[in-house]
Design a protein around this ligand. Structure first.
Ligand code: ATP
Ligand code: MG
Length: 440
């Protein structure tokens, strides 16, 4: 993509109305704009990041055997009356009346809807277990929307729902999602620690929150440094390996991690002092096992192997896809701007001409751009006739993993400069070596 044709509204100054660094950077680098309190438009650069995160979440859900679908944002109030949550949910629910005076709502979550869909179409024990998910916008009329997309009113969530024949099966589905979450966050390039949680309005007795460490986080966290050392993607644990999944759960449960809500001083004291980590954290995911709470209330039954009716046991599993954009920036930035983990970067390379009016630079950069694009390397090419320093400042702000800088002086010697955004390391390389490095 050529910057000369982009909608990339970068602000010169850091916006003073934003309180936390990720919100400031998302506004300054042109990722989002607020259109109403807690409601945001995703501009092209922010949208690219959102889609990358969504795709990683999707791939890991699919790998864990969950199946994607799409449920609507608008739901009927009657559906929520069946579970008893229409009144219980309170003022966070955005209630809408249509032209026929029917009561509707903008969905804050989808337990009721999927339970009703299963009630109509799932009849036999042979149709279970199943885990379904969708990635869809939610609305919660938060009292204090703040911190940009971190606590918005409209936000994008991946929510999965599992249905099993019995508690043992449902626990296995829960452990499966636990592993999928650990792998998802690891691929996103962030450290998210699972913490035992109180389950709140969703209900139920087994629940974990996934917390990313950041000084601006809303909850206080305490965990064993062992969580920083696990490599969830490796270790070859297979989703079909029941004993392995139980082992994973035992390992997670026996390694200390808690938010201020569940913190236990006695157990904390048993963690060796050198391994105690404390700080603040942001909740990026939350999983729940709640048994027959919705299936029983809404009359979902299947016929069991012996012909008798069975009430399926359920769990639900959320990831805050749009919140993650902010959370990743909180965890990965410096005083110059965002430092994207490669997996979610909007482009991998920022190609910059230091002199947009120098014919030799333009010819060389056009050629590099064509070659990178042909090799499938996502490149943002700053081809504007703008001061080099301004362009480099923009590059640091938007935080692509690599900057490839083309200037008249280097070209005379046959070289370009390759800068690693994260480390700041710079290398003078021939154009060919730079291309080899970026395309291999
Ligand atoms: P919180 O405690 O932060 O209000 P929650 O516990 O109400 O969140 P869940 O019902 O667990 O939220 O939703 C699943 C995920 O959706 C959360 O882990 C979070 O990442 C995301 N999420 C929830 N509320 C918001 C919001 N207002 N803005 C952005 N993301 C949100
Ligand atoms: Mg939660």
């Amino acid at each position: 993509m050529r910057v000369s044709r982009c909608f990339l509204p970068v602000l010169k100054e850091s916006p003073s109305d934003a309180q936390i660094v990720s919100h400031k950077l998302m506004l300054q680098a042109g990722l989002v704009r607020q259109t109403a309190a807690g409601i945001y438009a995703w501009l092209p650069i922010g949208f690219r990041v959102l889609k990358k995160i969504e795709q990683i979440v999707r791939e890991e859900q699919d790998r864990a055997g969950a199946q994607e679908m799409l449920m609507p944002t608008i739901q009927s109030a009657d559906l929520w009356r069946e579970s008893g949550r229409y009144d219980a949910y309170g003022p966070e629910m955005l209630r809408i009346t249509d032209r026929h005076k029917r009561e509707m709502l903008y969905g804050p979550t989808n337990e009721e809807m999927l339970t009703a869909l299963f009630r109509d179409d799932v009849n036999s024990y042979r149709d279970l277990p199943r885990t379904l998910y969708h990635i869809q916008w939610k609305f919660r009329d938060e009292v204090r929307p703040r911190f940009g997309v971190m606590r918005g009113r409209e936000f994008l969530m991946k929510d999965a729902y599992s249905f099993d024949l019995d508690e043992a099966g449902a626990r296995l589905s829960y452990y499966t999602q636990l592993l999928a979450y650990l792998r998802t966050f690891q691929r996103l390039g962030i450290q998210a620690v699972p913490m035992k949680a109180a389950s709140g309005p969703i209900g139920g007795d087994l629940s974990h929150e996934f917390i990313v460490l950041a000084p601006t986080g809303e909850s206080e966290v305490f965990y064993d440094a062992a969580f920083e050392e696990f490599d969830w993607a490796q270790g070859g644990l297979d989703y079909g390996d029941e004993a392995g999944l139980h082992g994973l759960f035992d390992r997670v449960s026996s390694t200390y991690a808690a938010t201020d809500e569940t913190h236990d001083e006695a157990r904390w004291a048993e963690v060796p002092e050198a391994r105690r980590r404390t700080g603040r954290g942001i909740e990026v995911g939350h999983i729940f096992y709640f048994g027959d709470k919705y299936s029983a209330a809404m009359g979902l039954k299947v016929s069991g192997q012996d012909g008798k009716p069975l009430t399926p046991m359920m769990g639900s599993y959320g990831i805050g896809v749009s919140r993650l954009v902010g959370a990743i920036i909180e965890a990965s930035h410096d005083d110059k701007g965002i430092v994207w983990p490669a997996a979610v970067a909007p482009w991998q390379v920022g190609l910059v001409t230091m002199r947009g009016d120098d014919a030799a630079s333009i010819t060389a950069a056009d050629d590099i751009y064509a070659k990178l694009t042909a090799a499938g390397v996502e490149t943002l090419y700053d081809d504007r006739d703008e001061r080099g320093g301004v362009k480099l400042g923009t590059q640091d702000l938007i935080g692509l993993p690599w900057q490839l800088i083309v200037g008249p002086r280097g070209l005379a010697a046959g070289t370009v400069e390759l800068k690693n955004r994260k480390t700041g390391d710079k290398e003078e390389l021939s154009i060919d070596s730079a291309l080899t490095k970026l395309t291999s």
